[in-house]
Structures are given as structure tokens and as C-alpha cells.
Write a protein that binds this ligand. Structure first.
Ligand SMILES: NC(=O)c1ccc[n+]([C@@H]2O[C@H](COP(=O)([O-])OP(=O)(O)OC[C@H]3O[C@@H](n4cnc5c(N)ncnc54)[C@H](OP(=O)(O)O)[C@@H]3O)[C@@H](O)[C@H]2O)c1
Length: 283
């Protein structure tokens, strides 16, 4: 039986991907933040559930250590939780919310699970966004974790660019050891996205506009994630790449910048180091 660990599986795209894979006989771990929603999805899928608030790296560490014990074999890690967040205080760890929830928490989770992922020859799939092209253009390594001038759109675009840079560097470092990484854009998907923002996107996603042409259902938004999970890297898709609509997609030059990807990885390693002290990882 194949195993998929899916973050953000309590709602939206993650919930639909978890449902589809569970229906196809996969063992799915439903990972969420909201206990009621997460437990309800898990109950429906007869799957175990795990809770962590990714705005708290201590909770992410505890989640990672538990998953590492419970799943020696992992076929797919879907780093999917996230979204756009309005201006608010830095997280208790001292970072901008979008950067931490979309990128840094998943970086830590992946690092903690690394040995299991390598031994399982796992796929690590990150839910990015076309937003990396439109509103992720001002990404600056020095500024991204705690920006001087906050904008919810810029922070989101930067975080989704970080998802692609993470994928590229994970591929460069660990593909030879067995990990196949991919990032994807799910489409414009009618989910709970942007519900707590003051962005125009809240209007798009939470009024009758969500039924406008071009806005797809969560079920359809999960398709590329499911396709990446089910199909073989090297045959159907190439590891290290960026996808949309179940096919390779174009990303920006910045998203292909190897030095930036390496810089983000090294910075992220420094930021999560306090949460990795008891762990030993392949370098
Ligand atoms: N919808 C779109 O059009 C669109 C487009 C491009 C990319 N994306 C990306 O797709 C992914 C899934 O979003 P969605 O559209 O399915 O939105 P959604 O329905 O709002 O689902 C978001 C998921 O992320 C989880 N999450 C949010 N904040 C969290 C935190 N602090 N700690 C742990 N989990 C947290 C939520 O958990 P709880 O419900 O348990 O709080 C939920 O399961 C996100 O990465 C988003 O950026 C979405």
C-alpha cells in the first residue's frame, strides 16, 4: 500500500487530494491545524490525522518526529498547507506568517523526515502558485523572512516562489539519493483561500465570483497533485520541475536561479537549526 502524508488536508486542495488517493487505496495521513475539520476528513477517509500550527515551529518539530516514527515508508510528502495572510504580528518564532507557513515549516518538516524520504525514494510535492510570477517578483533573500515593507500580496508571491526554489534545491541535493521533487500551480481554485485577508482575492474566492468561468473546483484543483503522486518521475514527469494542468509549466527566471535556491536553503537551515538539534540528517 502506498503512503501519502498531506499537509493542509483539512480543507480545499489538500482535502480533495487526500480523498482521491484514499479512494484509490493509499494510506493517507491527514495533516491539518483545525482539529474539528481535520478529524472530520480523517474519519470520512478512515485515516489517521495529525495536528500542528505551522506558525509554531515547535509544533512542526513535534509533528515531524511523530510522522517519522509512524511512517518509516513514505511514498509522497505533499507540502500543501498555506495561503495568503493579512498583516499581523510576526510568528512566535519571529518570521512573517506567509514565509513561515508556506515555506519554512515545510522546510523543517522535510528535513526531519529526510532519512525516511530517502530510504523510501519518496516524491516531495509542493503546492506553489502562478502568483510567484505576478506578485513574487521582488523576492530578496535578506528581506523575505521579516520584510521591512509588508504587503500581503508580495509576501504570498514570495512564499510561493520559495516553494519552487525549495523544490529545485531539494532536487539538486537529494535526487541522486532517491528523492523526486516537484512544485505545481493548482489553478484558480474555489477553496477557503484568502478568507482572512483584506485582499481583492477574498472577494474573488468568497462571493458568487467563485463560480465565474476560469475558477475551478477544489476537486479539479487537486488534479495535478494527484497526477504527480500517482505517476512515475523520469517517465511521466521530470523531477525538479514546475507543473500546472498535469504538464510542465513556465516559471520565472528567478524561480530557476540556482544561487537563489541555494541561498534560500542555507538561510532556512540556519533558521530551523534550533529545531533540529536532536536530529541527525544526511548532508
Ligand atoms: N485556491 C487557489 O486558487 C490556490 C492557487 C494557487 C495556490 N494555492 C495553494 O494551495 C494550497 C492549499 O490552499 P487551498 O486553496 O486549498 O486553501 P484552503 O482551503 O484555505 O486550505 C488551506 C489549508 O492549509 C492549512 N493551513 C493554513 N494555515 C495553516 C497553519 N498555520 N498551520 C497549519 N496548516 C495551515 C489549512 O488548515 P486548517 O483548515 O486546519 O486551518 C487548510 O488545510 C496553499 O498552499 C495555497 O497557497 C491555492
Amino acid at each position: 500500500m502506498k503512503t501519502a502524508l498531506i499537509t493542509g488536508a483539512s480543507d480545499g486542495i489538500g482535502e480533495q487530494a487526500a480523498t482521491a488517493l484514499a479512494e484509490q487505496g493509499w494510506q493517507v495521513a491527514v495533516i491539518g491545524r483545525n482539529k474539528e475539520r481535520t478529524a472530520a476528513v480523517a474519519k470520512r477517509l478512515h485515516a489517521p490525522y495529525y495536528l500542528a500550527d505551522f506558525a509554531k515551529l515547535g509544533e512542526v518539530k513535534a509533528l515531524g518526529l511523530q510522522l517519522k516514527r509512524d511512517f518509516p515508508r513514505i511514498d509522497v510528502l505533499a507540502n500543501n498547507a498555506g495561503g495568503m495572510f493579512k498583516k499581523q504580528p510576526l510568528t512566535e518564532d519571529g518570521y512573517e506568517m506567509s514565509f513561515q507557513v508556506n515555506h519554512l515549516a515545510h522546510f523543517l518538516l522535510t528535513k526531519i523526515l529526510l532519512t525516511n524520504l530517502i530510504e523510501s525514494k519518496a516524491k516531495v510535492i509542493s503546492t506553489s502558485s502562478v502568483a510567484h510570477k505576478t506578485i513574487g517578483l521582488l523576492f530578496k533573500l535578506d528581506d523575505v523572512k521579516n520584510p521591512k515593507h509588508f504587503s500581503q500580496h508580495l509576501a504570498y508571491g514570495n512564499a510561493k516562489l520559495a516553494n519552487i526554489l525549495f523544490t529545485r534545491e531539494l532536487h539538486r541535493r537529494y535526487h541522486a539519493q532517491g528523492i523526486s521533487a516537484a512544485a505545481f500551480h493548482p489553478g484558480v481554485v474555489a477553496t477557503s483561500f484568502a478568507k482572512d485577508t483584506t485582499s481583492f482575492m477574498r472577494v474573488l474566492y468568497h462571493t458568487s465570483l467563485r463560480r465565474a468561468p476560469g475558477v475551478i473546483t477544489a476537486q479539479d484543483g487537486a488534479r495535478t497533485l494527484i497526477w504527480l503522486a500517482q505517476n512515475a518521475p523520469g517517465l511521466t514527469w521530470q523531477a525538479g520541475g514546475y507543473y500546472a494542468k498535469e504538464a510542465p509549466a513556465r516559471c520565472t527566471r528567478k524561480a530557476k536561479n540556482a544561487a537563489l535556491a541555494q541561498g534560500l536553503w542555507e538561510m532556512s537551515e540556519t533558521l530551523v537549526a534550533p529545531f533540529l538539534d536532536e536530529e541527525r540528517h544526511p548532508s
